[in-house]
Ligand binder design. Structure first.
Ligand code: UGA
Ligand code: MN
Length: 244
């Protein structure tokens, strides 16, 4: 008898910028190699764009396309990015999935770089699993420190956080998300670098974390950032419509 693979729900917030399409294309080219994966893409925008819709349609992946703009109080500056978008993804899961569904939820930014092995590490997460993130905080990596199979601390630039991980460094089981219907990312009054720890604090304890990637000694995701692409030399051609 073959058992169904738990579904990996990847929630990606995304924001309009020149490199949005190449970033999403690169991510989709990674995700299409992962079996049993559902991509939830949430635009930080007042409507869903045809550009993102096209990338999703061409990906061949099962997906959900939504949008939510940042709230008004953020127009003058909010330290956290992608927050309301991730929360809308969580809301969708709580409405459309139930206790009979097995899966795991991962928050994948559109510009990071993901090893395919990462997805298999997280697939059977019981509560919350964690692993190192590469090229972050001015270091080769940050990571959970592991002793006798348990997380006992963090190797990180910015300490003093209970869960000192980047967004790319953890996944939460779908059951735990559903069992904690109020858990969400906090935007209002958020302090820089606290999104992850404030979210995880609503769901679990450090002792219960499940270390992956060979006791957190392997880097399988990198916090890469795409360089801004200037268009100051662009000259619009006459009589041609380009699909950009
Ligand atoms: C770091 C973390 O890795 C992010 O997970 C965290 O959201 C972010 O900091 C933060 O400041 O809150 P960083 O590379 O600095 O990441 O941030 P971006 O890659 O610019 O943004 C994270 C994600 O949110 C991306 O998928 C991006 O497309 C999206 N985003 C960015 C929005 O949805 N709205 C924005 O205004 C900016
Ligand atoms: Mn980024």
């Amino acid at each position: 008898m073959s058992r169904k693979l738990p579904v990996i729900y990847v929630i990606t917030p995304t924001k309009r910028r020149h490199t949005q399409k190449p970033d999403l294309t690169r991510l989709s080219n990674t995700l299409r190699h992962v079996p049993s994966l559902h991509w939830i893409v949430v635009e930080d925008a007042t409507s869903r764009s045809p550009l993102v819709a096209r990338v999703l349609a061409r990906s061949g992946l099962p997906y959900t396309h939504m949008n939510i703009p940042r709230p008004d109080f953020c127009k003058t500056g909010c330290v956290a990015r992608g927050t309301e978008q991730r929360n809308l993804g969580l809301k969708w899961l709580r409405k459309n999935r139930g206790p009979q569904d097995s899966g795991v939820v991962y928050f994948a930014d559109d510009d990071n770089t993901y090893d395919l092995q990462l997805f298999e590490e997280m697939r059977y997460t019981k509560r919350v699993s964690v692993w190192p993130v590469g090229l972050i905080g001015g270091r080769w990596y940050e990571r959970p420190k592991v002793q006798d199979g348990k997380v006992v601390g963090w190797y990180t630039r910015f300490g003093k956080r209970k869960f000192s991980t980047d967004m790319a460094g953890f996944a939460v089981s779908l059951n735990l998300i559903l069992a904690n219907p109020e858990a969400k990312f906090i935007l209002k009054g958020a302090k820089r670098g606290r999104q992850e720890t404030d979210f995880l604090n609503q769901l679990t304890t450090v002792e219960d974390l499940e270390p992956k990637a060979n006791h957190c000694t392997q880097v399988l995701v990198w916090h890469t950032r795409t360089q801004f692409a200037p268009l100051n030399n662009h000259v619009k051609e006459k009589n041609i419509t380009m699909e950009l």
